[in-house]
Ligand binder design. Structure first.
Ligand code: HSE
Length: 412
């Protein structure tokens, strides 16, 4: 029997306990032993929960118990989750986590500490909820030089956008539903402002390119400025708006090239498979120089899907107990190793004020002779929607110094 400790008994921590309790015999058939949840660390008491007697409030009880070999951290937030994870690794305990903030910010350091102490730091649940993506990227695609990763990485914003587009719900109503379903972060600003997706693309970028960038250095836009007029303009173009995390090599043929990375709403053409990824589902497209394109798809948030990934990491540890596993290192990288987002090649879906359609069209044509005007002449409501040819954010800003109503990147 393997003794574990759960840190944080919220949505995901509770889900991990449920999955272990329900599937313990199945897990034992696969690994040869059952999992015993010896401790649950939380500030609260859970007197009515069947595992309520395992609750402790002092991390030192867990750290000093040699019977505990695996710590599952689902606390959320950077501190004390990082501090407890580090202490557990230093105490020779394996750590598994769903905490993207800790992995994105401290992953390079914690992987190094795990290596030094001959234990493992696993974080399958930190990206894509229940979707197996971390392990496939680091193992199954290991033969490839990867050069691009694009994904719908936040279930809450995808749920909100889908409900707004398909069911005509308001932003607030859809967000409240996502919160009730346990998808949203404790502070949902991290979802709707793009920070959660930013942390996840930082993790995927580090896996793909071995460079760990600080989320603070990444161009990050959320969905709060997206309006139903933008949604309608995207439909005129032939697509839908999705919040996308993108990262890749600036020179796809040079694995040492600088990296680009951003999180922003993108127009996705209907014939792109990402356009059909709705509600809480996430999807991640990985491009490698041998395999070509690989897509991962599944539930990106929610207690049981995320718990499924956490428990899979625990099972991985149980299945390789005596093996020294090679852990690829992540090099901490600075903003100077990132390509400037404002110079990335992109076409844009633009909406601008047009008191006079003729003057607005002439202005667009002067800047971009090949621009595609989307707003029909008989649909003149004082705005003009158009698509630029491939340009840059910088050039677009220079072409329209007085600003535009919105400019949404179009997924290449
Ligand atoms: N708040 C996150 C989301 C949870 O909505 O995707 C899963 O990481």
């Amino acid at each position: 029997m393997t003794n574990i400790a759960i840190l944080g008994f919220g949505v995901v921590g509770g889900g991990v306990a449920d999955v272990i309790t329900k599937n313990n015999d199945t897990i034992a058939r696969k690994t040869g032993e059952h999992i015993n949840i010896k401790y649950i660390l939380d500030l609260r008491e859970f007197p009515n929960h069947p595992l309520g007697d395992r609750v402790v409030h002092d991390m030192n009880i867990i750290l000093s118990d040699p019977e505990v070999t695996v710590v599952a951290e689902m606390m959320g937030g950077a501190h004390p989750a990082y501090d407890y994870s580090r202490a557990a690794l230093e105490a020779g305990k394996h750590v598994v986590t769903s905490n993207k903030e800790v992995v994105a910010t401290f992953g390079a350091e914690l992987l190094e500490i795990a290596r030094e102490h001959h234990v493992r730091y696993l974080f399958e649940a930190s990206v894509g909820g229940g979707i197996p993506v971390i392990r496939p990227m680091s193992s199954c695609l290991a033969a490839n030089a990867l050069y691009e990763v694009d994904g719908i990485l936040n279930g809450t914003t995808n749920y909100i956008l889908t409900q707004m587009i398909r069911a005509g719900k308001s932003f607030e109503e859809a967000l409240a539903e996502a919160q009730a379903k346990g998808y949203a972060e404790r502070n949902p600003a991290a979802d709707v402002e793009g920070l959660d997706a930013c942390r996840k693309i930082c993790i995927l970028s580090a896996l793909a390119f071995g460079k760990s960038f600080s989320p603070a250095d990444i161009h990050t836009e959320g969905i709060t400025k997206i309006t139903l007029d933008d949604v309608a303009a995207a439909e005129m173009y032939g697509g839908v708006i999705k919040l996308i995390g993108r990262t890749g090599l600036c020179d796809p043929d040079d694995p040492d090239s600088p990296v680009y990375m951003l999180v922003a709403p993108h127009v996705i053409a209907h014939d792109n498979p990402l356009a059909g990824v709705d509600d809480v589902f996430n999807s991640i497209l990985v491009r490698g120089n041998a395999v070509g394109d690989v897509m991962f798809y599944g539930r990106g948030a929610g207690n049981l899907p995320t718990a499924s990934a956490v428990v899979a990491d625990i099972i991985d540890i149980l299945s390789h107990k005596d093996a020294e596993i090679f852990v690829p290192g992540w090099k901490t990288a600075g903003a100077d190793e990132l390509c400037q987002t404002e110079t990335l090649p992109y076409a844009f879906l633009v909406r601008m004020k047009a008191e006079s359609r003729g003057a607005a069209v002439a202005g667009v044509r002067a800047a971009y002779p090949d621009a595609e005007i989307l707003t029909a002449a008989d649909d003149d409501n004082g705005t003009l929607a158009f698509v630029t040819p491939v340009t840059t954010e910088k050039a677009l800003g220079e072409a329209f110094p007085d600003g535009v109503l919105s400019a949404v990147r179009i997924m290449p």
